[in-house]
Write a protein that binds this ligand. Structure first.
Ligand code: ADP
Ligand code: MG
Length: 397
């Protein structure tokens, strides 16, 4: 009873700061579900405020009272709405930065059933063909699309080109969710010298002129995700999806030249975090982990390596498809938002603590964002500098 009080508190969101860091970590706690309530499961999560999560429990039914306190940028309590997550998670800053030419990633991490897909896309019924296009249940991706278009409408002097793609990584195979035929013939991930990053060969990228086009990409991908899987939950707990919006802007500069910038934002729905432990507990090497979930393990290594700056260690982006595709935003070109999803239930305690620890480690990442400049723009800046030098030389004559 004492533990349950927290869920009746009327605070919904608690914030430590709206940090300007290059990685922000927020936690979303889902409500207890019907099954848990019926089974007399209780909440072990309390919310002391200031972006803190307190986990209270009596280990092994004993009387020793144990509690653990974790801190994040923002904590969303069970009563927080989908709109709250848009407004307060920091995602709006990522969208703004993607428009300015940065590469940004928002990912949901957590055990199966903790609310990752709910947070990103909302309940599956939204993607039935007959359903209305808007609902309170819509998740962060759809809301981000709306915010993106609002931003673009405000910048009528700039010409924007939007493209979107939606892929799935299952057992290290990349499948195009906009081209279900690719399930039989997985796509290759290659390095591009020109783009200075990895890309997926032959991935459909759809031109999106309006909000409906982006929404269609989301809907089509969500429908294709479940195709061919007998047990949707088992399948989605082992696969990652990445929906990417590429934003290229062209702004007229002096002398009829255009300044072009390309940013992007990835929305990543990760495999269930319990998969990592399953791999490790079966004593498999990284190579053997392939069959279960290599990408999730390597993401953990990459995040751990990034946080530990004293050890000048090699960051193993190339070791998994997921980290290859996220390398550009994790490694220093952008901003990352991690949304750690947890269940409040006593029965999920050990996975919840794993997620809270993983999330707390990720917060130590410090990367330095840089704008990706088009070669033409770099040239313009060089020319401008030269003109300035010549002008000041003239003034001194
Ligand atoms: P995951 O993708 O992490 O496996 P889901 O997003 O599918 O988990 O969530 C599991 C179940 O819990 C779904 O039925 C979902 O609708 C529900 N759920 C998750 N988060 C919330 C929330 N914040 N509010 C209400 N229901 C939620
Ligand atoms: Mg899911």
């Amino acid at each position: 009873e004492r533990l349950d009080e927290a869920s009746h508190s009327n605070r919904i969101i608690s914030t430590y700061n709206q940090a300007e860091d290059n990685i922000n970590v927020v936690v979303r706690v889902r409500p207890l579900n019907h099954k848990e309530i019926k089974g007399r499961d209780i909440s072990v999560i309390q919310f002391p405020g200031n972006g803190q999560v307190l986990v209270e429990h009596l280990p092994n039914g004993g009387s020793a009272h144990k509690s653990k306190l974790f801190s994040y940028n923002v904590v969303f309590e069970p009563a927080a709405t989908q709109e709250d997550v848009l407004q307060f998670s920091g995602i709006k800053r990522l969208i703004e930065m993607a428009v300015q030419g940065f590469r940004c990633t928002a990912f949901c991490y957590g055990q199966t059933g903790s609310g990752k897909t709910h947070t990103l896309t909302g309940p599956p019924r939204l993607f039935d063909r007959k359903k209305p296009s808007y609902s309170d249940a819509h998740g962060l991706v759809f809301r981000s699309f709306m915010y993106l278009f609002k931003l673009l409408d405000e910048k009528s002097d700039v010409n924007f080109i939007l493209k979107a793609s939606f892929l799935e990584i299952y057992n290290e195979k990349v499948i195009d969710l906009l081209n279900p035929g690719s399930a039989r013939k997985p796509l290759a991930v290659r390095w591009s010298k020109k783009a200075r990053g990895f890309f997926v060969e032959n991935l459909f990228t759809v031109d999106c002129e309006e909000l409906d086009d982006l929404t269609a990409v989301l809907e089509e991908g969500m429908r294709n995700r479940s195709v061919g899987s007998h047990n949707m939950n088992d399948y989605s707990s082992r696969s990652h999806t990445i929906l990417t919006v590429h934003i290229t802007s062209e702004q007229p500069a002096e002398n009829g030249v255009f300044i072009s910038r390309s940013g992007k934002i990835n929305f990543v729905d990760l495999a269930g975090s319990e998969m990592t432990k399953k791999t490790q507990s079966e004593g498999k090497t990284l190579e053997e982990a392939n069959n279960i979930n290599k990408s999730l393990m390597v993401l953990g290594y990459c995040i751990a390596s990034l946080s530990d700056r004293r050890r000048n260690n090699h960051i193993p982006y190339r070791d998994s498809q997921l980290t290859k595709l996220l390398a550009d935003s994790l490694a220093g070109n952008g901003v990352t938002l991690m949304i750690a999803c947890i269940s409040p239930a006593m029965s999920n305690l050990s996975e919840t603590i794993n997620t809270l620890r993983y999330a707390a480690r990720a917060k130590r990442i410090r990367t330095k964002p840089i704008v990706l400049m088009d070669p033409r723009e770099a040239l313009i800046l060089t020319l401008k500098r030269e003109v300035n030098v010549l002008q000041s030389e003239n003034e001194h004559l």
